[in-house]
Write a protein that binds this ligand. Structure first.
Ligand code: SF4
Length: 52
């Protein structure tokens, strides 16, 4: 699996996670927010996540 060394990620449950390294395998990701007005990192999320 190719990895994108510019996108670090610890979400191993995602089908795009590189598994062997804490990296994403996608060329790019979409980051969204789960609050109307993001105030901290907890209010952001990877919208490209897909459960394995
Ligand atoms: S798509 Fe998002 S959640 Fe999935 S491995 Fe890539 S960065 Fe992580």
């Amino acid at each position: 699996m190719k990895v994108n060394r510019s996108i670090g990620c610890s979400v191993t449950e995602c089908r795009y996670h590189a598994k062997s390294e804490p990296l994403c395998s996608l060329d790019s990701i979409q980051v969204g927010k789960n609050a109307s007005s993001a105030a901290s990192e907890k209010d952001t999320e990877c919208s490209s996540f897909d459960r394995e």
